[in-house]
Design a binder for this molecule. Structure first.
Ligand code: ATP
Ligand code: MG
Length: 195
């Protein structure tokens, strides 16, 4: 049987236990040999109060370090300009011809997927899974053009977002138990999200 790999893209600004929990649930339920976390490349101008691509990638590395099935890919960070998932998939399939890919989307992303660049091209290259996320209703999938073609997957609901974590750090509030300890320590040591 061909190796089954999952892909989880995101800004990961910062990575948190919500990301790790959906990746682990997908790994186990879908029998994935590997989950690749793919941080997005840097926007032309880093918005105030955000981390740059290298910090986001390093936090992702720290977060996945203790899971032998998880890895971080530099693919989108190293590619100049904006990356589209359809192109990222093409590159991954060329690089790893022995693997089949499942694109993992949180519910908020899954409900927008039909508006992405070339959803048909993505569906032709990968299985697409939509994972539950508190605050988003996956039953709306049935009314979208992609109805029946995205596999829903239930994960333990964690009401954690990077937006909330950045606000917490900015306000001097705790992010303990919301991100891995190594990520929390990295954010403190580099004084990220203070601006
Ligand atoms: P931001 O608030 O900056 O948008 P985020 O927490 O949504 O950050 P992203 O990097 O945007 O994190 O998300 C990457 C992927 O992980 C997306 O597919 C998103 O839907 C999913 N995801 C993020 N947090 C959760 C969560 N708590 N539960 C389920 N899915 C999640
Ligand atoms: Mg998001």
């Amino acid at each position: 049987m061909r190796a089954q790999w999952g892909i989880l893209g995101g800004t990961f600004d910062p990575i948190h236990f919500g990301h790790l929990a959906i990746a682990e649930e997908a790994r186990e339920r879908l029998g994935l040999a590997r989950v690749l976390f793919i941080p997005t490349g840097a926007p032309p101008h880093k918005p105030r109060g955000r981390a740059d691509a290298e910090d986001r990638r390093r936090m992702a590395e720290l977060a996945v370090a203790d899971n032998p099935a998880f890895a971080v890919s530099r693919l989108e960070i190293d590619r100049p300009g904006r990356s589209y998932t359809v192109e990222t998939l093409r590159a991954l399939r060329a690089q790893y011809p022995e693997a089949d890919f499942t694109l993992l989307l949180g519910a908020d992303m899954a409900l927008e997927f039909h508006r992405w660049r070339d959803p048909e091209g993505i569906l032709a290259q990968a299985t697409v899974a939509a994972i539950t996320r508190p605050g988003y209703d996956l039953s709306h999938l049935a009314a979208l053009p992609t109805a029946g073609r995205i596999t829903p997957l239930e994960a333990p609901g964690l009401l954690i977002s990077s937006t909330d974590l950045r606000a917490r750090v900015r306000e001097g509030r705790s992010i303990r138990y919301l991100v891995p300890a190594a990520v929390r320590e990295y954010i403190a040591a580099r004084a990220l999200y203070r601006a």
